[in-house]
Design a protein around this ligand. Structure first.
Ligand code: MG
Length: 278
């Protein structure tokens, strides 16, 4: 095996759904698998999500990507979306989430990132484990114990995000996720997750061997469930690569088996400001 070959493979699918435009964008290429869900009128939402995808596309074919490279890309993404807002003469923003192959502590990892309310899941044994935490008003209500996760999916304020690329806040959530061959990630905009619950996402994503077939099956499930939004799904598989246990990943956080291993929780999941999507 070449030292420079990507160890993951993935594919995406998108559908405009019942909307007039598709403001989602995705990239599944080389070492990078991301979904961005843009917001803003007059084509600014499409431009915002496309700008973030462009920034990450420049990483996709690198021989080695480090967590610091991802930090830099997210700063560049913030700048690019602020420029979109200036050009469009209004506010624009976008979510971004997904997984990038990185090298850290001498080992391969997925670096899962999130800003906003798109989601990245780890799928295993037919179950979808949500890795990311939504930056959304309804997630705050769930965290406070005022509504359930299922009620959040139908809540009238479910489209209020509390963090977005383009809001000028440089923070992002990130986890280093150990790699094992055969593991599958599902990355999706809220057009999927508001229409299809996690149980079904886990079932559907587990059946097709091919990542593209799985992505299409999930988009089709959202459309069949009557999604009210653009739907975008990327499915990424680790073909090879193995992260040995016991590595020190500080100052980053490790995610494993549904738990964050590092108890040095930072404040990056706190609310900044709220923005209602179109
Ligand atoms: Mg959406």
């Amino acid at each position: 095996m070449s030292a420079t070959r990507a160890w993951s493979t993935g594919a995406g699918a998108t559908d405009i759904g019942p909307r007039a435009t598709n403001q989602d964008a995705y990239l599944s290429d080389g070492r990078v698998h991301i979904v961005a869900d843009g917001m803003g009128g007059h084509e600014a939402g499409e431009a915002a999500s496309a700008a973030v995808v462009d920034v990450f596309a420049s990483l996709a074919t690198r021989d080695v990507i480090t967590p610091d490279d991802i930090s830099l890309a997210l700063i560049q993404a913030q700048r690019a979306v602020l420029q979109v807002s200036r050009t469009a003469g209004g506010e624009s923003g976008t979510t971004v989430t997904g997984a990038v192959e990185v090298t850290y502590a001498g080992a391969p990892w997925w670096m899962v990132i999130n800003v906003g309310d798109s989601r990245t899941y780890l799928v295993g044994d037919g179950i979808a484990h949500q890795i990311t935490l939504d930056h959304s008003y309804v997630q705050e209500l769930v965290d406070a114990g005022r509504i359930t996760a299922d009620q959040a999916r139908h809540h009238p304020d479910r489209n209020i995000v509390t963090r977005a690329i383009g809001d000028g806040v440089p923070q992002f959530d990130a986890w280093l996720v150990p790699v094992t061959p055969g593991m599958r990630l599902v990355i999706a905009s809220d057009g999927l997750t508001n229409a299809v619950d996690d149980r079904r996402i886990g079932h559907i994503a587990s059946v097709p061997a091919d990542p593209h077939d799985a992505a299409v099956a999930l988009v089709d499930a959202a459309l069949a469930a009557g999604t009210g939004d653009n739907v975008t799904v990327v499915v990424a598989d680790a073909r090879e690569g193995h992260t040995p246990p016991g590595l020190d990943v500080s100052p980053w956080r490790q995610w494993a088996d549904g738990a964050e291993v590092d108890e040095n929780e930072d404040d990056s999941t706190q609310t900044s400001r709220r923005r209602r999507r179109a």
